[in-house]
Ligand binder design. Structure first.
Ligand SMILES: NC(=O)c1ccc[n+]([C@@H]2O[C@H](COP(=O)([O-])OP(=O)(O)OC[C@H]3O[C@@H](n4cnc5c(N)ncnc54)[C@H](OP(=O)(O)O)[C@@H]3O)[C@@H](O)[C@H]2O)c1
Length: 219
């Protein structure tokens, strides 16, 4: 498979790059810096990595880059400089969606947020009392991105929410995949390593099991 990976140098994106390459998928890695994702040495010899500098707010650039790829994966993050993140995040994603459409690529997999998962009946995680204030703007930006994705009917998108906590860790290959409800372990924690999240995302790319749906991944 040929994958265009937006946000490939990030905490999550770089692990998706490693996972895709180790399974033999070619990856075009996009970020504004154009750096190669970290830790890509552990890859299948036949898989090709190309690193490209581009800004996804440039729709034409997205369209040109996406051409000839089988799928686009986006691991973009909202601005984290303290400014209001929702509008720029949605503008970037509108550009991505239009660019993907223009290129004729049918598949878009989005690295999502956990805040919009249902933590209690009728209550999203971001609206629960213990949700960290510092993460609320990013969680709300993601909630609106999910609404945007759900309005797209001509692409096979999948929005994959991680657990409430996602951080670099171990690749175990053992996790659960759910839907709109927050998954927690027996101790009430909602966790996933970025490596296992990447396994789940590449599984989804290979199996196309959840088109036009939000899923979540957690231990
Ligand atoms: N539990 C949760 O809900 C949870 C926790 C963590 C993360 N997340 C989500 O997971 C996603 C990835 O997070 P992360 O921590 O991996 O982010 P990150 O480390 O900040 O990586 C973001 C990536 O996007 C690239 N990028 C940003 N703006 C761009 C643009 N305009 N054009 C091209 N590339 C751009 C960055 O590279 P350049 O800066 O070089 O462009 C970088 O490669 C985010 O959407 C985040 O909200 C969710």
């Amino acid at each position: 498979m040929r994958i265009l990976l937006l946000g490939a140098t990030g905490m999550v994106g770089s692990r998706i790059a490693v996972e895709a390459l180790r399974r033999g998928h070619d990856v075009t890695a996009v970020s504004r810096s154009g750096r190669s994702p970290d830790s890509v040495h552990d890859t299948e010899p036949e898989a090709v990595l190309a690193s490209v500098a581009a800004d996804v707010t440039d729709r034409e650039a997205v369209a040109q880059l996406a051409e000839g790829h089988d799928a686009v994966v986006s691991a973009l993050a909202p601005p984290r400089d303290g400014s209001e993140p929702t509008q720029p995040f949605l503008a970037a994603y509108r550009s991505v969606i239009e660019g993907v459409r223009e290129a004729g690529v049918g598949r878009l997999v989005v690295v999502g947020g956990a805040g919009s998962l249902e933590a209690a009946p009728g209550r999203e995680l971001v609206d629960t009392p213990g949700f960290p204030t510092a993460y609320k703007p990013e969680a709300r930006a993601h909630r609106d991105l999910l609404v945007l994705c759900r309005s797209v009917v001509d692409l096979d998108w999948t929005y994959i929410s991680p657990a409430a906590e996602i951080a670099p860790g171990e690749r175990t290959g053992r996790f659960r995949v759910g839907g709109d409800r927050l998954l927690t372990d027996t101790e009430g924690n909602s966790r996933i390593s970025a490596e296992d999240y990447a396994v789940a995302l590449v599984d989804e790319l290979e199996q196309d099991a959840h088109p036009r749906t939000r899923i979540c991944v957690a231990y």
